[in-house]
Ligand binder design. Structure first.
Ligand SMILES: [Zn+2]
Length: 245
């Protein structure tokens, strides 16, 4: 692993590219890999899950040079992140806005905490794929053509992989969290549903409910491994490259 010494972990030593703008005009940034993109990892498509951005940033800041194979998006929903909302600035749950075959126009619900009922309403968008953040993330995926996409979320404490791929199996073993085929409730218009339609494997990495310090201790090293494992640089399907690990 080509990592920087600890005193240099405060900054990201190279610049991202912009892949677009949010509704409020904030940059949608991607830290591109040096070589062919086999993995895209993104955080905070839900703006009230800032721990995903923090953990992915901490992992990225340990690298001495850009990942060979992995593209990184620290905030897929920057407007939601700065406002602390799950949805974007237009009140749309971006992870229900993808133009999948199962997209539905009716409002979607979520829960504020795990103990509360799922009764807080958001829009899935005026139409499938209506939001700029959704459109530009899809365009980025189309451009990068990664073998797999890893979506960071919280706090369901599981690895959600509809394909049960070797990548999902590795993440489950590495994190000690269960590998599941779905999160237990319908998610029409999610990136995972759209990816399944498009043939883009999506693995959802759900952090557990835990103190920030615990999350960083347990999950930043996993993210560093994803960014640096040379197995991911191999040509072919990154989801099968993990068989050898
Ligand atoms: Zn989420």
């Amino acid at each position: 692993m080509n990592l920087r010494p600890r005193p240099q972990w405060g900054t990201i030593p190279w610049k991202p590219d912009s892949y677009g703008r949010s509704h409020l005009g904030l940059p949608l940034d991607v830290w591109r890999p040096q070589g062919r993109c086999t993995l895209l990892i993104f955080a905070a498509i839900h703006g009230e899950e800032p721990e995903t951005t923090y953990a992915l940033s901490r992992a990225l800041r340990q690298l001495a040079s850009p990942s060979e194979h992995c593209a990184v998006v620290l905030a897929a929903n920057p407007d939601g992140l700065i406002r602390g909302t799950r949805g974007n600035a237009r009140g749309v749950d971006l992870n229900r806005n993808f133009p999948s075959r199962d997209w539905l126009p009716k409002p979607v619900t979520h829960r504020s905490t795990l103990e509360e009922p799922s009764d807080v309403l958001l829009s899935p968008g005026e139409s499938a794929g209506s939001e700029p953040e959704t459109q530009q993330l899809m365009a980025l995926i189309a451009e990068l053509q990664p073998d797999a996409v890893i979506a960071l979320h919280a706090p369901l404490a599981c690895i959600d992989d509809a394909n049960g791929s070797p990548l999902g199996q590795w993440l489950a073993e590495r994190t000690g969290m269960p590998l599941v085929r779905d999160v237990g409730y319908p998610t029409p218009g999610s990136l995972g549903s759209w990816g399944a339609d498009q043939g883009v494997p999506v693995v959802t990495y759900e952090f557990p409910l835990a103190a920030t310090e615990v999350l960083m201790h347990d999950h930043v090293p996993v993210l560093v491994e994803l960014l640096t494992q040379p197995e991911f640089s191999q040509k072919g399907d990154a989801t099968t490259a993990f068989r050898g690990l």
